[in-house]
Write a protein that binds this ligand. Structure first.
Ligand code: HEC
Length: 150
């Protein structure tokens, strides 16, 4: 029963903290200058999505998995971030390699893919170094697989 005892204390403490943050002079007023962006504003993939992927992935051209479409992404989410990112990057059926943008960096492509996955209910984060390495592995495997085909 320890938790039941502590909970009201924790609540009271956090309420008190809230009150402290709002000084009477600024409460209810609009902040004059824009607040600085939170921590390092790393691109979350939306920019690349809008510039390169949206033209097909917004409406689902040639069966492109649509943004925000949980059903359309179910299979891809299950397949996993590294494989799906690599296969999209190399190109698959109506999906042009690199989204059709030859100068696109793999990092940006991977972030845009993760962003789309999140829009559809996935929890794929911006790829870290380990994920980028896994994506490159899958890319190499996929290329070898395609080259081995008759
Ligand atoms: C010219 C249209 C077009 C553009 C532009 C495009 N895609 Fe696609 N994409 C498709 C289509 C069509 C598919 C479905 C391919 C299939 O499975 O038949 C697809 C599938 C994918 C997949 C799933 C790959 C898999 O394993 O099945 C990923 C990931 C993806 N796209 C990422 C992107 C990203 C990221 C961008 C932008 C950088 C992008 N696409 C731009 C048409 C496009």
């Amino acid at each position: 029963m320890k938790h039941a005892l502590y909970l009201p204390l924790v609540l009271a403490a956090s309420l008190a903290a809230c009150g402290e943050r709002e000084s009477p002079s600024t409460a209810g007023q609009e902040t004059p200058a824009a607040a600085p962006p939170p921590v390092a504003a790393v691109d979350d993939g939306e920019r690349t999505y809008k510039q390169v992927c949206k033209s097909c992935h917004e409406t689902g051209v040639i069966n492109a998995p649509k943004v925000g479409d949980a059903e359309g992404w179910t299979k891809l989410l299950a397949e996993g971030q590294a494989i799906v990112t690599a296969h999209g990057w190399v190109g698959v059926r109506g999906m042009p390699a690199k989204g059709g943008r030859a100068d696109l960096a793999l990092e940006d492509f991977a972030r845009a893919t993760a962003w789309m996955a999140r829009s559809a209910g996935g929890d794929w984060p911006n790829p870290d170094e380990a994920m980028m390495a896994a994506i490159r592995d899958e890319e190499a495997k996929r290329i070898a697989e395609l080259q081995a085909r008759p």
